[in-house]
Design a protein around this ligand. Structure first.
Ligand code: MLT
Length: 265
């Protein structure tokens, strides 16, 4: 693990392999270890950078209490500057996808390709925002345990929950190790994020969209919308997967990822 100070906060990241750069951004409330399976298969051909977003994993959080998607995207641009990476294929899962779209809006010329996994372009609905504010209160009062229990059945299929205890344990541990302050800041950031639907038609780079068939958080219909609007994009619906499709069906996810990256590079 490496650390770099960006605008007064330490951001942790892994930087492995060599070749064209691929930057992968985790979702909420996870950390860079979300991408372990992808790093393992890509590092032979690519330079793979996996940061912990501000407030997650080994990265610090900022005291001002909000981690906006734009700000997290700016962190990624600063990280790329610090690592001398002019451009990269940039991918994100769920909240990572919100950050990636915010990155494209601000730094399109630094993006060679996009990977949008189990994510969506829309902003939160009013009801969605209220839920985030309730979660912030819950986390501040009780920590991450309750959130982890509530989220788990939406992250994985019932089959995985009952038959793959090691996957359940890994995902749960990622969630409960997240610092409450960092999670709360990201919830406020997600609640106030911009709607990126209008950006989709402006995307000019090769784009891969992946989604678990049974994803209840960012359903297949959201990925279909992105596929319709992003010119030339590729859509892959992954069977037997819910929200964390890159772990649940890592083999299929990796096959599609490698094939896409082979076409981009
Ligand atoms: C995530 O996986 O990043 C979150 O579930 C996204 C969200 O809550 O909108």
């Amino acid at each position: 693990m490496n650390k770099v100070k960006l605008e007064n906060i330490d951001i942790a990241y892994d930087d492995v392999g060599s070749g064209p750069s691929v930057l992968l951004v985790h979702g909420y409330p996870f950390n860079r270890s979300l991408w372990t399976e992808q790093v393992t298969v890509l590092k032979g051909q690519y330079r793979v950078i996996t940061p912990d977003l501000r407030g997650f994993g080994d990265s610090e959080y900022s005291d001002d209490g909000s981690s906006s998607m734009n700000r997290m995207a700016q962190d990624l641009a600063l990280l790329m500057d610090a690592l001398n990476i002019p451009n990269a294929v940039i991918g994100g899962l769920s909240m990572g996808g919100y950050v990636v779209l915010a990155f494209y809006r601000q730094f399109a010329n630094r993006v060679r390709g996009l990977i949008l996994a189990d994510t969506r372009p829309q902003a939160d609905t009013e009801e969605g925002k209220q839920n985030r504010f309730k979660q912030v209160e819950q986390i501040r009062a009780d920590g991450m345990g309750g959130i982890a229990d509530a989220m788990l059945p939406k992250l994985l299929t019932p089959e995985t929950v009952s038959k793959r205890p090691e996957v359940v344990k890994r995902i749960r541990e990622m969630m409960i190790r997240t610092r409450p302050e960092g999670a709360a800041a990201a919830l406020l950031g997600m609640a106030t994020r911009e709607d990126q639907t209008s950006l989709l038609a402006e995307i000019q780079v090769p784009s891969l969209i992946l989604v678990g068939r049974g994803d209840p958080i960012t359903p297949v219909a959201d990925s279909e919308t992105m596929h319709e609007k992003i010119r030339g994009s590729r859509l892959v619906v992954i069977e037997d997967a819910a929200h964390v499709s890159n772990i649940e069906q890592a083999e299929v996810f990796n096959r599609e990822l490698k094939s896409f990256l082979g076409d981009v590079n």
